[in-house]
Design a protein around this ligand. Structure first.
Ligand SMILES: NC(=O)c1ccc[n+]([C@@H]2O[C@H](COP(=O)([O-])OP(=O)(O)OC[C@H]3O[C@@H](n4cnc5c(N)ncnc54)[C@H](O)[C@@H]3O)[C@@H](O)[C@H]2O)c1
Length: 363
C-alpha cells in the first residue's frame, strides 16, 4: 500500500455501470481512486469531464504495472472478466469483479484458486446481497418467521438493453440466483430453463428458469428484456407466512402476510374388541383446509444505498483481511447455476425454435 492509511484503487470499465461504482468509491476517506481505465476514448472523455483529477488510461497493463495500485474494480463486459481479473491477481492486486464472476465455471474456479493462492481478496458484485430488503428477508427466513420455504417466484423483466455478447440469463439471473442461494443457503439440485430469442435467434432474450432444492423448496425465475413494464418482484411462500418483495416500490418494499393454509385432520377413533384406535384419513377429502388471512405488515428496513454498502465492504475486507460476503466462491456458485441454466435452455426446444427462425430469415 503506497499510502499507509488509504487503499489505492483503479476502476476498469467506465460504461453504463462503472460510473455508479466510481461515485461510491470516491466517497470513502479510506481509499483513493487513482485511475479510470477504459479502452474507449469516448468513455474516458466522459470520465475526464466529471473527475478531472483522475488518471485516465486505455491500457490495463499501465494499471496493473503500477505498484501503488492495491485493488482493481472491474466493470467491463462479462467476456472480459476472467482475463482482466486473472492478470490483476497475478500482479498481486485485490480484485472486485462485477457480476457474473466469469463467463464459465472453469474460469471462475481458476480465479477463486488464484486469489486463495495469492492470499488476495476476490469479491463479486452481487449487489442485492447488500440491499436492505434482501437482508431483512434473510433475517425473516433464518428466524423461522416464514416457516419452511415452499416456493419462491420472481420476475425480473423490463424493456431492457439487449446485451450483444450474452443471453438474458447471464445478464439478469445472477441477481436472483445470488439472492436465492443467500436466502436458502443451498445450491439447487435441478436447474431447468426454457425460453427463446425473440429479436436475435442466437441470443435468448426471454427465459424462464425452474430450480429445485434439497430442502424441498422450488423456485422459478422469469427473465426478460422484452416487457411493457418493469417488474422486480419476488414472492416467497412459507409454511407459516408469505411475503412479497417489490424492489420497484419506493417505500414498503417488503410486505409480510400472515396468511396460510393448514391441513386439519378429520380422522376418527374406531374400536375393535377392546382396543381403541385412530383411523387415519384415507383421502384428501377427509382433511379439512383451514385458511388464515391475518395481518399484513411492512417491516422496517434500513435506508442506505446497496452500492455504497458494497463499496465500503470491499474496502474494509481489504484493510482488515476479511473474506467478503460475496467472495469468489459465492461468484462461482452463481456461475455454475448460470451454466446449468444455459445448457438446459439449449436442450429444451429453444434451439429448434431458433433453427426455425434461421430458416425463415435465410429462406
Ligand atoms: N450489479 C449490477 O446491478 C449491475 C448492473 C449493470 C451492469 N452490471 C455489470 O457491470 C458490467 C459492465 O456492464 P455495463 O452495462 O456497464 O457494460 P458497458 O458495455 O456499458 O460498459 C463496459 C465498459 O467497459 C469497457 N471495456 C470493455 N473491454 C475493456 C477492456 N478490456 N479494458 C478496459 N475497458 C474495457 C467498454 O469500453 C465500456 O465502456 C457487467 O459485468 C454487468 O453484468 C452490474
Amino acid at each position: 500500500m503506497a499510502d499507509a492509511e488509504r487503499l489505492t484503487l483503479a476502476l476498469v470499465g467506465y460504461g453504463y455501470w462503472g460510473p455508479n461504482l466510481l461515485r461510491n468509491f470516491m466517497e470513502f476517506s479510506e481509499c483513493r481512486v487513482k485511475y479510470v481505465c477504459d479502452r474507449s476514448p469516448i468513455q474516458l472523455e466522459k470520465a475526464a469531464l466529471k473527475y478531472p483529477h483522475l488518471l485516465l488510461t486505455q491500457s490495463f497493463d499501465e494499471v496493473t504495472d503500477d505498484d501503488e495500485v492495491d485493488a482493481v474494480v472491474i466493470a467491463t463486459p462479462i467476456s472480459t472478466h476472467h482475463a482482466l481479473a486473472k492478470k490483476a491477481l497475478l500482479r498481486g492486486k485485490h480484485v472486485f469483479v462485477e457480476k457474473p464472476l466469469a463467463a464459465d465455471s472453469a474460469s471462475a474456479e481458476e480465479l477463486v484458486g488464484l486469489a486463495e493462492m495469492q492470499n488476495l481478496i476476490l469479491m463479486v458484485g452481487h449487489t442485492f446481497k447488500y440491499n436492505p430488503p434482501v437482508i431483512k428477508i434473510k433475517e425473516l427466513i433464518d428466524t423461522g418467521e416464514l416457516g419452511d420455504i415452499y416456493y419462491i417466484s420472481s420476475s425480473r423483466v423490463n424493456l431492457g438493453l439487449h446485451q450483444p455478447d450474452v443471453s438474458v440469463i447471464w445478464d439478469l439471473a445472477p441477481h436472483d440466483l445470488s439472492m436465492l442461494f443467500y436466502w436458502l443457503n443451498e445450491e439447487p439440485l435441478q436447474v431447468h430453463a426454457f425460453g427463446r430469442g425473440c429479436l436475435r435467434p442466437d441470443k435468448p432474450d426471454v427465459v424462464f428458469i425452474n430450480l429445485a432444492f434439497e430442502s424441498g423448496a422450488v423456485a422459478e425465475l422469469q427473465l426478460s428484456w422484452l416487457s411493457p413494464v418493469k417488474l422486480r418482484r419476488t414472492v416467497i411462500v412459507g409454511s407459516k407466512k408469505m411475503l412479497i418483495y417489490d424492489d420497484t416500490e419506493s417505500v414498503e418494499k417488503v410486505k409480510l402476510f400472515d396468511h396460510g393454509v393448514n391441513l386439519v385432520e378429520q380422522g376418527s377413533f374406531g374400536a375393535m374388541a377392546d382396543i381403541n384406535y385412530f383411523v387415519e384419513p384415507s383421502s384428501f377429502g377427509e382433511f379439512q383446509l383451514s385458511y388464515r388471512c391475518g395481518d399484513i405488515i411492512s417491516p422496517h428496513l434500513d435506508n442506505y444505498e446497496p452500492l455504497q454498502a458494497l463499496a465500503k465492504h470491499l474496502v474494509e475486507c481489504i484493510l482488515d483481511g476479511r473474506r467478503p460476503k460475496t467472495d469468489g466462491l459465492d461468484g462461482l456458485r452463481v456461475v455454475r447455476a448460470l451454466e446449468r441454466a444455459e445448457s438446459s435452455l439449449m436442450c429444451n426446444g429453444n434451439f429448434v425454435e431458433n433453427e426455425r427462425w434461421r430458416t425463415r430469415l435465410s429462406g
